[in-house]
Ligand binder design. Structure first.
Ligand code: HDE
Length: 678
């Protein structure tokens, strides 16, 4: 079977194109009128016998399914995974063997807390769920964009989510953790400390879904043909590096374009700039399980990359948008329990609870046990078993035998022995008392929170303080604010003192954890910086610097940058030397926060006061958000009218060639944190 295109072929079979077709009922009866219901006289009562009206309205009434209880807001794309390093030494999983082996996949990114219709740019964890359609069945890597989690045991998950979601008495706030119940949960469940450091960091406001890392979070096992296992953690590393928004910008975008991140994914895939992420693994030998100063089964701990290096083994490319968001993105059913031979679980108590939860939730969301038959969930290899019937059964199972063991069907479908490819569970020895308790090795909640803090660049530390000040500052209960400040003193006294000042509570006295190590891999300052796929707004008015803008636009496009031409009105704008450009956005239809940078090409309009005011607004915001701004000679006349002063990331044209080069270099850097915006 050609796995590479199998999924696409399978989905093709279900695609329906209504274009040019007659309108029919679901029974295929041609409909003669669709604008009036059947009535007794034009002003008379509607008749119950109008089966078309009843069918149409009934279907409409049932169009919605329950949104996901968490990760409701999501967006997805199809793609493929190509293996670069054969992993046969570690696993029997076929899709991880044979360099060049290609596996189709479907990836859904999500926000955790907000409802399905909430905004993209909320401060939140992002889900990063990948369904690999392998030749041995579906393998789901259902991860997040942060490598650790809030809690250690699944039994606390409903409490965590109840505390994080809008408060029950008034359903406020939407898609935000800046409220009392969330922080009350944090302060009273101190294993959350490490994850909270991530949540308050820039990782929680990724600039888009293409520039964030992904993590399997839990420790899994890879098992080879000899039955030997390695503990494994999975990583996704974006080829374009990790980059984030600034909080003020994230909040403005939430209003200007709540679909900012899904639009970005949709547009870049349609433009052929396919997002790519390398898959990495960290491996620990079974015999080394207890070599570390953290418990490798504790999901609030990461394995520092400097201690356990990440080996890159393949690349995921997202290369096709969905045809229909409901059919694919909404109906896709991920489950960490969907594994293939050679990939197994560990006793991480968080993972164990997840193995129950996902199947359970699909039964409700997708209306019964037959959701594996929905096209997006179907494996590319056929499945056979004696499961029968249930709501919306699609298969027509032929024959009289639906049980095992049997003689009438020659005892088929029959199990496959492990050595011939049947799934064999890792034979871990289990021996213990029945007990409801945590392992004492799960008790250290602050060392890695401090490791994260130690690893941050000064500007990243400041962003964490600002985020705490915002979030905890929104908490009305002074007691909760004090408890949070007291808790984070265990991480760093400077951090907690800064939060205490910002939120008006006492500075705590405590002895923070003595962790002195740092992990450079945790800082986003050490990521990849390239200009490709950045988005620039070129601002022009009548009389703009046409030659310089023409040359800059070519240079930007060559660097893979996307351009919008923004002016007072849509359409043709005349520049110097009689040359023209077409504005595809106006100051009104778009917003400076939707771009990575702006290029000010100068010019004006018949209403110079209004034009100047728009230009000033478009320049002030990227200035405040530390973005590069470029000015042509004519454009630079706006500098004195704004807060901008020349310095880092401010490029002013002196000569054309240098200007283009300097601008591309500044764009790649993306933010100029050293800029003094005040
Ligand atoms: Fe989930 N999680 N989760 N989760 N999770 C769901 O499944 C759950 C956890 C993650 O795009 C639900 O189909 C429990 C960790 C992602 O469709 C539900 C616990 C990680 C997605 C569920 C966790 C995740 C979900 C809701 C604690 C990172 C979205 C709807 C034991 C490794 C998948 C659904 C998609 C979705 C339960 C913790 C990632 C209710 C009980 C840790 C990416 O089953």
């Amino acid at each position: 079977m050609n796995i590479k295109n199998a999924k696409q072929r399978q989905l093709e079979e279900y695609r329906v194109n209504n274009l040019g077709k007659p309108l029919t009922t679901n029974q295929s009866l041609k409909v003669s009128g669709d604008e009036q219901s059947l009535k007794a006289g034009v002003r008379g009562p509607t008749l119950l016998e109008d089966f078309h009206l009843r069918e149409k309205i009934t279907h409409f009434d049932h169009e919605r399914i329950p949104e996901r209880v968490v990760h409701a807001r999501g967006y997805a794309a199809h793609g493929e995974f190509v293996l670069h390093k054969c992993m046969k030494e570690f696993t029997t999983a076929k899709f991880l063997q044979g360099v060049g082996n290609t596996t189709p996949l479907f990836t859904r990114f999500s926000n955790v807390v907000g409802s399905k219709g909430s905004l993209d740019t909320a401060r939140d964890v992002r889900g990063f769920a990948v369904k690999f359609y392998t030749e041995e069945g579906n393998y789901d890597l259902v991860g997040n964009n942060m490598p650790v989690f809030f809690i250690q045991d699944a039994v606390k998950f409903p409490d965590l989510i109840h505390a994080a979601k809008p408060e029950p008495q008034n359903e406020i706030p939407q898609a935000a953790t800046a409220h009392d119940t969330f922080w009350d949960f944090v302060a009273n469940n101190q294993e959350s400390a490490h994850m909270i450091m991530w949540l308050m960091s820039d990782r929680a406001i990724p600039v888009n879904l293409r520039k964030m890392e992904g993590f399997g979070v839990h420790t899994f096992r890879l098992v080879n043909a000899e039955g030997k296992a390695h503990f494994v953690k999975f990583h996704w590393k974006p080829k374009l590096g990790m980059h984030s928004l600034v909080w003020d910008e994230a909040q403005i975008i939430g209003g200007k374009d709540p679909d900012f991140q899904r639009r970005d994914l949709w547009d870049t895939i349609n433009a052929g700039s396919y997002p790519e992420y390398d898959l990495g693994v960290q491996l620990i030998r079974e015999e080394d399980e207890f070599m570390f100063d953290f418990d490798i089964l504790d999901a609030t701990k990461l394995w520092p990359e400097e201690i356990v290096p990440v080996q890159l083994i393949g690349t995921m490319t997202l290369n096709r948008n969905v045809d229909n968001v409901f059919a694919e993105t909404e109906q896709v059913a991920f489950h960490p329990g969907n594994v293939v031979p050679g990939i197994d679980f560990t006793n991480d108590p968080l993972l164990q609870g997840r193995l129950f939860s996902y199947l359970d939730t699909q039964l409700l969301r997708l209306g019964g046990p037959n959701f594996a038959e929905i096209p997006i969930n179907r494996p590319v290899c056929p499945f056979h078993n004696n499961q029968r019937d249930g709501f919306s059964r699609q298969r027509i199972d032929v024959g009289q035998v639906s049980y095992h063991k049997n003689s009438l069907a020659d005892n088929t479908p029959s199990p496959t022995p492990v050595e011939k490819g049947g799934y064999g569970h890792y034979q871990e020895k289990v021996d213990g008392h029945v007990i409801r308790a945590n392992s004492p090795t799960f008790e250290d909640h602050f060392s890695q929170a401090r490791l994260f803090w130690n690893s941050m660049a000064p500007y990243e530390k400041q962003h964490i303080i600002d985020a705490f000040s915002f979030e905890v500052g929104k908490v009305k209960s002074q007691s909760v604010r004090q408890q949070v400040v007291d808790m984070f003193c265990n991480v760093d006294s400077g951090l907690s003192a800064a939060i205490a000042t910002a939120v008006g509570v006492k500075r705590p006295e405590c002895t923070p954890t003595d962790m002195t190590a740092s992990s450079p891999a945790l800082s986003m300052k050490n990521t990849v910086f390239v200009p490709a796929t950045l988005k620039v707004a070129i601002l022009i008015g009548e009389g703009f610097d046409s030659t310089v803008i023409g040359s800059a636009a070519r240079s930007l496009r060559n660097a893979g940058v996307t351009i919008d031409i923004v002016s007072g009105t849509l359409g043709t704008v005349k520049g110097t030397g009689g040359k023209t450009a077409i504005a595809n956005q106006t100051f009104l239809t778009t917003s400076p926060v939707l771009y990575d940078s702006i290029l000010v090409g100068g010019g004006s309009s018949s209403n110079p006061a209004e034009f100047d005011s728009n230009m000033q607004n478009y320049i002030e915001q990227p200035w405040k958000h530390f973005k590069p701004i470029a000015f042509t000679k004519n454009g630079s006349r706006y500098i004195p009218k704004t807060s901008v002063h020349e310095g880092p990331g401010i490029i002013v044209e002196k000569n054309e060639a240098d200007f283009n080069q300097a601008y591309i270099t500044a764009l790649a850097k993306q933010r100029f944190w050293e800029r003094n915006i005040f």
